[in-house]
Every structure is written in structure tokens, then in C-alpha cells.
Design a binder for this molecule. Structure first.
Ligand code: 3PG
Length: 306
């Protein structure tokens, strides 16, 4: 079978070589479309692919129309908001993700941004420490659990809210469960977001949460920019000069932040959370193995469409 890796933001070379080991050793053919600049390149590359591995690359109905032979697409990563699941189902294409494989990298980036910000961007002025500060995890999935582990090491006080995770699981991880997002936001100086972007969560993080955060509030977003209500964020920035926003990916209103709120934000230019060799290897190899397994045994364990 022909397995295409199509990544606008490429995997580390070492990950590609390990993905190739998986496909070569099982008699499949690996083809690469890396660093592509235009969707037309993707449309041309998918025409003869039986399987597709992507990252945040958009798999739309157009891509699926062009991919006449496609049977499976795997998003090498956690969030699959870039896959048109209905179109996948309509085209008889199995869609999967690789949950947990890049989570540690994302959690480390959240801490990297928190540390850099706490020390004022290493500008020479006196900063603050993470020890003893409260960290609220809004959603407690794979990334949230790594956040708790690292936060414990820094001596932070840990809280979480997640309607889908039981209190016992949080307590076992050394985290105090909160009954509502309001409780979480009112208790925590640092709030870190770890929910997926979907119809329920889009624009769900807004003013009512921001306004109840304690002094020197820091909102950390390594999830998706879509979950933030940006108008509300700008309103709180205007009202509170002790509010900061650290985000993996620039918000739509980046220019306003740059003009008015220097020193109170960090934005990565490209989504960097999963951009480590280790995460690329874990997610890329898992994606390749899931495809090989699907072709040989029909295993659909990580399927996300019906
Ligand atoms: C994910 O959902 O797995 C992360 O956001 C990583 O996305 P990326 O593979 O595009 O870096």
C-alpha cells in the first residue's frame, strides 16, 4: 500500500527515518510531501495514496475527493479538528488520531513559556518564581496529566476542572478537583488550557472567567486559539494591566497586542507544542503502526469517525 506523509510543518528527519522503518519492514511504500505551501500540492500528492498521515494539515472534502484510493487518514497528534470527519465517513475513509503521543512536549512548552514570562523574558529585571503559585488545569487529559507531573516538580499548587474526569483520578495525580470552571479560575493565578476545539469549546474561554482570576493572572494556551473569546481577552487586557496571555500560536488580533500590551504576552510564530524530535517520533511512528495494523488486522482502536 502507498502511505503518504503530508506535512506543511515537517517532522524531524529522525522521525521520518523511523516511520520508514515501519513501512519498509511491512512491505508498504512511503511517500513524502513535506513543507508544502499550497493545498494544490496536497491535492496532487493524495491521488494514489491508500493511507495518509498528517499533522495540523486540513483534510477537507476536496482533499478526500482527490484521494480516490484513500482508506485511512491518521492525524499524528491529539486534536483532530483539522479533519472533516463527516466527509471522511462519506468517503468511506477511516479517521484516527494518536492520543498521548506528543503530550509531554506540549506540557513542556507550556512551562517554557511560563518560566520565560515569569523572568520577564530574561531582560535583567527581577522576576517571579513558579514555586508556591497556583496552577489550574482546564481539562485533565493526557497533556493535563503531564502538566501536573511537571508542576509538582516546581512546587506549584495544582487544581483541575474536567467534567469528563473523576475526582479520584485527579487526586491520585496530586491535583485538587474543582467543581466548576468558576472555582478553578477564581483560585488560580496560572490557568492552562487543555481541551480540544469543538462546537462546545470554541470561544468558551471568555470574560466571566478572566475577570475572576487572582492578581498577576496568566492564561496559558497550548490548546487551540479557537477556544478563546478574543474580544473578551482584549477587554480584560484593557481593564487589567496585571493580566498576561501566553499562547502557542498567534491570536487573530496579534497586532493589537503588539501595539498596546508589550511584555504581557508570548506568541509562538508556528504551533510549536509538539515540535520536538521525541514527539515527532512518538506520534509519527504510532500513526504508521496504526495504518499497518489497520491494513493487516482491521484494528480501529483509535478511530474518531463513525
Ligand atoms: C496536537 O493536536 O496534537 C497538537 O496541537 C500538535 O499539532 P501539530 O502536529 O500540528 O504540531
Amino acid at each position: 500500500m502507498k502511505i503518504l506523509v503530508a506535512t506543511e510543518k515537517p517532522f524531524a528527519p529522525v522521525a521520518i527515518s523511523l516511520i520508514r522503518d515501519v513501512t519498509d519492514s511491512t512491505g508498504h511504500e512511503l511517500t513524502l510531501l513535506e513543507n508544502y505551501k499550497d493545498v494544490s500540492e496536497l491535492l496532487a500528492a493524495v491521488t494514489d495514496a491508500d493511507a495518509l498521515i498528517v499533522r495540523s494539515d486540513k483534510v477537507t472534502a476536496d482533499v478526500l475527493d482527490a484521494a480516490k484510493k484513500l482508506r485511512i487518514v491518521v492525524r499524528a497528534g491529539a486534536g483532530y479538528d483539522n479533519l472533516d470527519l463527516e466527509a471522511c465517513t462519506a468517503h468511506n475513509v477511516v479517521a484516527m488520531n494518536t492520543p498521548g503521543q506528543n503530550s509531554n512536549a506540549v506540557a513542556e512548552l507550556a512551562f517554557e513559556m511560563m518560566l520565560y514570562h515569569a523572568r520577564g523574558g530574561f531582560g535583567g529585571k527581577s522576576g517571579t518564581e513558579l514555586r508556591g503559585k497556583s496552577l489550574g488545569l482546564h481539562a485533565f487529559g493526557n497533556v493535563g496529566k503531564y502538566m501536573a507531573e511537571i508542576g509538582k516538580g516546581f512546587g506549584m499548587e495544582l487544581f483541575a476542572f474536567d467534567p469528563f474526569v473523576g475526582d479520584e483520578d485527579m487526586k491520585m495525580a496530586g491535583v485538587t478537583p474543582c467543581k466548576s470552571p468558576e472555582e478553578l479560575y477564581s483560585k488560580c493565578r496560572y490557568i492552562s488550557l487543555h481541551m480540544p476545539a469543538n462546537e462546545k469549546t470554541k470561544k468558551s474561554i471568555g470574560y466571566d472567567f478572566f475577570k475572576i482570576m487572582p492578581e498577576a493572572a496568566v492564561l496559558v494556551n497550548t490548546a487551540r486559539k479557537e477556544v478563546i473569546d478574543e474580544e473578551a481577552l482584549l477587554k480584560i487586557f484593557e481593564e487589567r494591566n496585571d493580566f498576561s496571555y501566553l499562547s502557542d500560536v498567534e491570536p487573530d488580533s496579534k497586532a493589537v497586542f503588539e501595539e498596546k500590551y508589550k511584555g504581557r504576552f508570548i506568541f509562538t510564530a508556528k504551533k510549536m507544542g509538539a515540535q520536538t524530535e521525541e514527539a515527532n517520533i512518538n506520534a509519527g511512528v504510532a500513526a504508521a503502526k496504526q495504518i499497518v495494523d489497520y491494513f493487516s488486522t482491521g484494528n480501529e482502536k483509535f478511530r474518531v469517525n463513525k
